[in-house]
Design a binder for this molecule. Structure first.
Ligand code: NAP
Length: 307
């Protein structure tokens, strides 16, 4: 798989990442997650995305076990994780679902992720969601502490508005390197709301979560977030299928290659736990889409014709 520089920093990673959200889900068999990680590595993925809350910490633990079994793997991979969402009941039964980007929580969550992953340094540490009570100076201090301690190499954000990225970046001594947002042919918001423009201007690498809209644009099972239930991708699926047939490829490859075509160098995060679907997704790297075909597909994905 091709590789690219992350942001304007020293990290280099695969053109598509693998997402570990579901690898230790109670609904999947215990060996499924391990097989998915290995299939992603064999397919050329070197960037792995985690969060402290994925499978309540079990996803990071499973990944840590895979790393322990093959000690040479660590040096070949770029490991990203996130913090900032605290679920109902954390730390006690009365605590509500909330966001927490206090310095104390960021540094504690980082230590816990390092322990679960069994590594010394996280390559990319991302803030999962913007905290309405975020103080950029406090976050910057936490980032500096983590970097000076050798616990984190590079930093990023997720689901921030462009104005929130500016507020945080202006307080940080280091450059933010990634912005992880939902982007797919069923959700074009990042293309239209300034997020990708900012990524281009600031050399932030966009990482696309739910690049198949939770399976709506796939040809297997669907695992939709509440927000994705309202997507109506019927028209775009027809257009993707016609183009895929003409190119002799699959719907998955077209939906991911369409994201890869954007000049901001979007990294789609593969979310499947099925080795065959992971291998198929990784082929997106080989499909070139012309400007004309990209616009034909965009037209099908939009509610309104371009003016
Ligand atoms: P996705 O690729 O849009 O959806 C994957 C889901 O679709 C899986 O349940 C998969 O089922 C199903 N699927 C159906 N057909 C498929 C096909 N042909 N190929 C691949 N999958 C197919 O991605 P996602 O899982 O929603 O998100 C990907 C990653 O983004 C996550 O793992 C996580 O790392 C990250 N993420 C980040 C945020 C954030 O807020 N920052 C939010 C959500 C996700 P099978 O497993 O059975 O194949």
């Amino acid at each position: 798989m091709k590789t690219l520089q992350i942001g304007d920093g020293p990290l280099v990673a695969s053109r598509l990442a693998f997402g570990c959200w579901r690898i230790a889900d109670r609904s999947v068999a215990p060996e499924t997650g391990r097989r998915a990680i290995l299939a992603a590595i064999e397919s050329g993925c070197t960037l792995f995305d985690h969060a402290d809350i994925y499978c309540d910490g079990e996803a990071e633990k499973l990944f840590g076990r895979v790393l322990r079994e093959s000690p040479d793997l660590r040096a070949r991979l770029v490991i990203a994780t996130k913090c900032g969402i605290r679920k109902t009941g954390d730390p006690d039964a009365a605590a509500p679902y909330r966001y927490d980007l206090s310095a104390e929580y960021i540094t504690r969550s980082c230590d816990n992720s390092l322990k679960r992953l069994g590594i010394d340094t996280i390559d990319i540490y991302q803030l999962h969601r913007p905290d309405f009570l975020m103080d950029p100076a406090e976050v910057a201090q936490a980032f500096s502490t983590l970097r000076q301690a050798g616990k984190v190499r590079e930093f990023g954000v997720s689901n921030f508005k462009p104005s929130q990225v500016i507020a945080l970046q202006s307080a940080c001594p280091m450059r933010l390197q990634v912005h992880q947002v939902e982007i797919s042919m069923a959700n074009l918001s990042a293309l239209e709301d300034g997020t990708l423009d900012q990524c281009l201007a600031e050399r932030l690498t966009p990482m696309a979560w739910s690049p198949l809209a939770g399976g709506l644009l796939g040809d297997g099972p669907r695992r939709l977030l509440a927000s994705q239930q309202a997507y109506r991708p019927a028209g775009v699926i027809g257009a993707i299928d016609s183009f895929a047939a003409a190119q002799g490829t699959s719907r998955t490859v077209v939906a991911l290659a369409w994201l890869l075509r954007h000049p901001s160098h979007i990294i789609p995060i593969i979310g499947s736990t099925d080795p065959d679907r992971i291998r198929e997704a990784a082929k997106a790297d080989n499909l070139e889409i012309s400007r004309e075909d990209w616009y034909r597909l965009l037209d099908a994905a939009r509610d309104k014709r371009l003016a």
